[in-house]
Design a protein around this ligand. Structure first.
Ligand SMILES: [Zn+2]
Length: 424
């Protein structure tokens, strides 16, 4: 394959991905608009029509912004950085500044990262301060936004630089199988990150306070012991600093496991509902979803690195990027931009896997807590997060990591026929 064939294939894939995503976004906007007038029968009486319409408008605004962002960032900017020679130019500037050597390669990787971040920045700003603000979700101040951005960039350098230096070193010293050793290093690194995240990284952005003693804590502890589960802490996170969206999650491995509730969730759900939501999260753990996800990621990473190992020796690849030689920093940056263009056809598969896991976690929750409470918690979360109840089926099939609300509640109803779920 020569450079121009490579470039042509790439352009075809970029165009196909953009066309596909545009079509899906437009379908979603149309579908939601068509069902805006009426609350679906399953939710009549539970979700007021104003809330339903607010969700429709919110979905429309998010979709439209996302569509423009896709066309600009994943279309124009992507082509400018890759075939347009943007990466090559950043690499040349890095060489002028730092000479040859690891520092130059690092500068190129972070230079390209900075360029991508700057390209997305106007959209992030618009999303936060216009779309989220308009729909009443935003709690972020410009100062907090700037601080988050600076912290995120500093963290990317602090975490990314050591890993990249290991990769450069392996490339120099490990021979033709450098990509395989890189994979081993990457796995080790990922595990360290999973452990470090709840303890050292998340607290840089949010405050975590132990869940206070009382009825709720007692019930949660009972649930944990019923499921034979130990966690190293129950925390409430100040999610309300940035947004009024509510959530709960679990992080960590083994003894570092932590359960985190957004304060916004605690405020809005009853203890029964919180218990059911937590039981759902426990279900993800009990059914081994986290190790499974990591295994899939590791397998994919092996494939990607094998591909990178091959492309590294292919002049067609680096010439298409406008490089005269395979400079690793530029190649890594280029590779990370190019690969997602070819993986978009697999998105439905990843979403399907995620949705299956949601059903498994719901079934676990129905077994160990109340299905009726989980259903009513879901209805509240959909209402308060203005998540649409009427997604376009194809859009949902491709993107949604969670099954549509009506389907989940339907399953929960079947799981708990005795109590019945009259009003979710
Ligand atoms: Zn889940």
């Amino acid at each position: 394959m020569n450079a121009s064939t490579f470039a042509a294939v790439f352009v075809v894939f970029v165009a196909a991905a953009l066309a596909w995503r545009t079509w899906l976004a437009l379908r979603q906007v149309r579908h939601v608009a068509r069902h805006r007038a009426e609350v679906p029968a399953d939710f009549a009486g539970v979700i007021p029509v104003e809330a339903h319409q607010r969700a429709a408008d919110y979905t429309r605004d998010k979709q439209r912004l996302g569509l423009v962002e896709t066309l600009v960032v994943d279309g124009v900017v992507l082509i400018l950085l890759t075939l347009g020679g943007g990466i090559a130019r950043i690499d040349a500037a890095s060489e002028r500044l730092f000479g040859a050597g690891s520092l130059r390669e690092l500068a190129t990787v972070f230079g390209v990262l900075l360029a991508s971040t700057l390209a997305s920045l106007p959209f992030d700003l618009y999303r936060t301060f216009v779309v989220e603000e308009r729909h009443g979700f935003n709690r972020m101040t410009p100062a907090l936004f700037a601080r988050d951005l600076a912290k995120g960039m500093a963290l990317a350098v602090a975490i990314g630089a050591p890993l990249l230096l290991v990769v450069f070193w392996l490339l120099r010293t490990a021979g033709p199988l450098w990509w395989l050793y890189t994979w081993v290093a990457w796995m080790a690194f990922t595990v360290v990150l999973v452990i470090a995240f709840p303890r050292w990284i998340a607290p840089l952005f949010n405050q975590f306070t132990p869940l206070e003693e009382g009825e709720l804590r007692r019930r949660i502890e009972q649930l944990l012991s019923r499921c034979g589960f130990t966690a190293s802490g129950l925390f409430v996170m100040d999610g309300s600093r940035r947004s009024s969206h509510g959530n709960a999650y679990f992080t960590g491995f083994g003894r570092t496991k932590r359960i985190v509730f957004f304060d916004t969730l605690i405020d809005r759900l009853t203890p029964d509902e919180i218990e059911a939501v937590l039981a759902h999260e426990l279900g993800h753990f009990a059914r081994g979803h986290i190790p499974r996800l990591l295994t899939v990621r590791f397998a994919l990473a092996l494939g990607m690195l094998a591909l990178l190992g091959w492309l590294y020796g292919e002049p067609a690849f680096y010439e298409a990027l406008g490089l005269d030689a395979p400079h690793i920093g530029a190649l890594l940056a280029g590779f990370s931009l190019v690969v997602p263009v070819f993986t978009f056809p697999f998105q439905p598969l990843a979403s399907l896997m995620a949705r299956r896991q949601e059903f498994e976690a719901d079934a676990f929750a129905a077994q160990h807590a109340s299905a009726a409470s989980l259903a009513s918690a879901l209805a509240k979360l959909y209402r308060d997060n203005a998540a649409t109840l009427t997604p376009d089926p194809l859009h949902s099939l491709v993107y949604d990591s969670h099954p549509p609300a009506a389907l989940r509640i339907d399953h929960l109803r079947k799981a708990d026929p005795v109590n019945g779920i009259a009003s979710p």
